[in-house]
Write a protein that binds this ligand. Structure first.
Ligand SMILES: [Fe+2]
Length: 315
């Protein structure tokens, strides 16, 4: 769909009926200004647009809500995972969306809005994303498909997703496989790559988007690992001290991206696709960027649960 600049954020907030930030628990940086607990990075993608605009890109909010009548697994996860993520995730999301309303034209969320599936988390999704299907540039993350984290481990393959596709499609106000949103002549294409690989059906739908002939910004949860993004991920997640110039060997999310033929071929194709102007991703909980192709830089944003986000200017 093609949506006007202000109607996007306006419709988002009308639906969410956001309370003011001042109502939040004041003990975190109590003397700082309204938005000064947000940790924002600033990026710029130059396309040559007639009408410049900007977005707030956030990711990995990891909401951990459960109603008292939800089962024991949900109660245990609520207690433990709220500690893991600091317990201020909803505040962080609310602050971010309120800041977006005042400062940018659109919001992009690249997945893991929830930490695991619960009625309470789903209700928060509906509250903050609103009922208007397609009014948000967003993708799912691997945690959207998680029934109960380690208490009911996910099998990270396409067939496992089938268990939750219907309920997620009914809860999230966008096409969870691929969503196209044209903003001032730029096609934001949000795709499902939650287990690091790109399903063939998503590749086919992406090719149809390319045929529109518009500049494309690819939005997705797991980054397509390039050497420095992979190095940063390994340093952070494996507590590795930087010792030499060698790129850490493939493992984790990088290995399937190199092994899966559909994903490998798609990444190789993308590197030569001149319409690709940028990639916005999350999942790593760190802010890092690296050139992906001659026409596109990939920007990974840190965890929204830590009040992180990035403003991206499009000119
Ligand atoms: Fe993730």
């Amino acid at each position: 769909m093609d949506i006007s600049r202000r109607s996007f954020v306006g419709s988002l907030f009308a639906a969410a009926a956001l309370p003011s930030v001042a109502q939040d628990e004041p003990s975190l940086f109590p003397s700082r200004g309204r938005y000064e607990r947000l940790a924002l990075a600033y990026q710029h993608i130059h396309i040559g647009l007639e009408k410049p605009f900007s977005v707030l890109h956030i990711s990995d909010t990891h909401l951990t809500a459960a109603y008292p009548d939800e089962n024991a697994k949900k109660q245990e996860l609520h207690a433990k995972r709220s500690l893991t993520f600091g317990g201020r995730q909803e505040e962080a999301l609310r602050d971010s969306l309120a800041w977006a309303k005042d400062h940018v034209d659109y919001v992009v969320h690249t997945g893991d809005l929830i930490d695991w599936q619960s009625r309470a988390n789903y209700d928060l999704v509906k509250k903050y994303l609103g009922p208007q299907a397609g009014s948000l540039v967003a993708s799912l993350g691997n945690h959207e498909f998680s029934p109960d984290m380690w208490l009911s481990p996910a099998k990270e393959e396409e067939s496992f997703k089938d268990r939750s596709r219907k309920e997620l499609a009914e809860t999230y106000p966008f096409d969870i496989q691929l969503q196209s949103t044209v903003v001032n002549g730029v096609n934001f294409v949000a795709i499902d790559d939650v287990y690091a690989t790109v399903p063939a059906v998503v590749v086919a739908r992406f090719q149809a988007e390319v045929k529109k002939g518009l500049p494309i910004v690819l939005c997705m949860h797991v980054p397509f690992h390039t050497p420095e993004i992979w190095r940063a991920s390994c340093t952070f997640w494996r507590n590795q001290k930087f010792k030499d110039a060698a790129v850490p060997p493939p493992a984790g999310d990088l290995a399937p991206q190199q092994k899966d033929p559909v994903t490998r071929d798609f990444i190789a194709y993308l590197k030569g696709e001149k319409l690709l102007k940028g990639i916005l991703a999350g999942h790593l909980h760190i802010t890092v960027q690296e050139r992906f192709s001659p026409t596109a830089v990939q920007y990974v944003v840190g965890g929204n649960f830590l009040h992180h986000g990035q403003q991206v200017f499009f000119t």
